[in-house]
Design a protein around this ligand. Structure first.
Ligand code: HEC
Length: 150
């Protein structure tokens, strides 16, 4: 009995580190919690003056040219330690969850698309972000700017 226990412990000591070296894919929600929520907060509320709110706003970027690319090129996404397919799953969960609805609906990102876009480094995030918001329809723009100054 004791001997079997010892063997089981040894086996666990050998197998667990191997399992840790190749973690299984986690759910998008779990990946959001461990990789993003420290800055964006659990509901995408953001932090006043530091991290823009995403809830009710994020998908507005999909209504302007360059916005789809921007969502992947921002440093928090592009530089994340998540691999391309986990990142695609996370963004494909996050964008519809945050909303708002966009005309034509949300077209999910593929891992190939993530792979390509995350390598397109952004020189000046704030300038591009402001330019994209400037191109949004008046009501969407007003909502974005109103939320940012609350
Ligand atoms: C260190 C803080 C931080 C972390 C961690 C972080 N972000 Fe961000 N995120 C920001 C800030 C600040 C912005 C605003 C643009 C900028 O300055 O990069 C932003 C912008 C974004 C945007 C564009 C929306 C907008 O309004 O600009 C998306 C999408 C996004 N983040 C998703 C994520 C995801 C997904 C993760 C996790 C994989 C993540 N972020 C991790 C701070 C962070």
């Amino acid at each position: 009995m004791r001997r079997a226990f010892t063997i089981a412990c040894l086996a666990a000591a050998l197998i667990l580190p191997m399992a840790a070296a190749q973690p299984p894919s986690r759910s998008p929600r779990t990946n959001y919690m461990t990789n993003c929520q420290g800055c964006h907060l659990p509901g995408g509320e953001g932090m006043y003056g530091k991290v823009p709110p995403m809830r009710g706003h994020l998908a507005n970027f999909l209504t302007v040219p360059g916005g789809r690319e921007f969502l992947i090129r921002v440093p928090g996404v592009a530089n994340s330690t998540l691999n391309d397919s986990d990142l695609a799953a996370l963004i494909n969960w996050l964008v519809p969850a945050m909303g708002p609805d966009v005309p034509g609906g949300f077209v999910p990102y593929t891992s190939d698309e993530i792979h390509r876009l995350r390598r397109m480094r952004l020189q000046d995030v704030n300038t591009l972000r402001a330019a994209l918001i400037e191109q949004m329809s008046a009501d969407r723009r007003a909502a974005m700017l109103g939320a940012a100054s609350r």
